[in-house]
Design a protein around this ligand. Structure first.
Ligand SMILES: [Zn+2]
Ligand SMILES: [Zn+2]
Length: 330
């Protein structure tokens, strides 16, 4: 079959290979239950919903009944035609579904959607994956390819995060605690007990670094964060990129005492280990930050995280919407 070029999308343990111009348009929820939507530059292309299945009362078939019943009602109200095919046969290769409770179905209104509802036999997660196509589009092979690439749980304890051409793997103990998906600046924050890991990616590195060194730019932009540390910046290449390693030690208690600290929310004493590098190929500045309280928790997480193809993935387009560069420091 004709293979379409694809790129990896990964979010909260769900991974999927999709055409490179299908980009994250919306995300919601967390690891337990959530939703992600991928759009091309014109329409919604794929949606995935997930939920922990441990306390599930309905079978997959009943979930599909309920879901389609709701859609039908909505379509009726809107005066749209709606047709569903249950237990549809649109996948050529279904071997990977063997041993799991699932249903494939198609519904059509203005668009045709290919759907898979599945309970994972390994982790119990319930996933609904929906791929949208225009009615006249010929996409069977692509649909086969996308569905066949679906994975719904971490592999060997690592969660793949992959969006807008940014890719990394993080131990599953780190839970996503914040995200900012702006075109100039992507930022994902994760926490694990009292550790924080932040991944930043800045676009248009050549503009940000015009007339300023990477070290100076970094220290300027993150001035506020760095205030709490005794900082050491060393040039250190990272996987073929010129970069920096920034290590921060907590300031002495005495110095912390005389500094104007927030009265109600004193900042914790912590360590920082950060890798900063410039990817010329992708014109990005990439940063991985690890903040931790106990010296022994610093285990060079940024170095391990940068393994693989953090910035060398075939670049997807950047997030849509506001195309502003982050001009002001945090
Ligand atoms: Zn699973
Ligand atoms: Zn690179």
């Amino acid at each position: 079959m004709a293979k379409t070029e694809t790129t990896l999308f990964g979010w909260q343990g769900i991974t999927l290979r999709v055409p490179p111009d299908w980009n994250l348009g919306r995300v919601d929820g967390d690891y337990k239950s959530g939703y992600a939507r991928l759009d091309d530059d014109q329409i919604v292309r794929a949606e995935v919903e997930w939920r922990e299945g441990a306390k599930r009362q309905l079978s997959v078939e009943q979930l599909v009944d309920r879901y389609l019943g709701g859609l039908e009602k909505k379509a009726k109200k809107a005066g749209m035609s709606f047709a569903a095919t249950r237990r549809a046969r649109f996948l050529k290769d279904k071997r990977w579904l063997e041993g799991s409770e699932y249903e494939l179905f198609i519904w059509e209104a203005d668009y045709r959607t290919y759907n898979l509802a599945r309970a994972c036999p390994q982790c119990g997660r319930i996933v609904l994956l929906r791929v949208l196509t225009r009615l006249q589009e010929k996409v069977e092979d692509l649909v086969d390819q996308i569905f066949g690439s679906l994975e719904d749980h971490p592999r060997q304890g690592q969660v793949s995060w992959s969006l807008y051409g940014l890719h990394f793997e993080l131990p599953e103990a780190f839970k996503l605690s914040g995200q900012e998906l702006k075109s100039g600046h992507l930022q994902l924050s994760f926490t694990r007990d009292r550790q924080t890991c932040r991944v930043h990616r800045f676009s248009l590195a050549h503009v940000l670094l015009k007339g300023v060194s990477l070290a100076d730019w970094y220290q300027g932009f993150f001035r506020k964060q760095l205030r709490d540390f005794k900082v050491e910046v060393a040039a250190e290449d990272l996987r073929g990129h010129s970069g920096l390693r920034v290590r921060g030690q907590p300031r002495s208690r005495w110095l912390q005492l005389i500094r104007p600290l927030p009265f109600l929310n004193p900042r914790p004493r912590q360590f920082q280990d950060t890798r900063v590098w410039r990817c010329e190929a992708a014109d990005k500045i990439c940063i991985i930050d690890h903040l931790y309280r106990k010296r022994e928790e610093g285990e060079d997480l940024p170095q391990r995280l940068s393994d693989g193809y953090f910035c060398h993935q075939k670049p997807q387009t950047d997030p849509g919407g506001d195309a502003q560069l982050p001009a002001r420091p945090q």
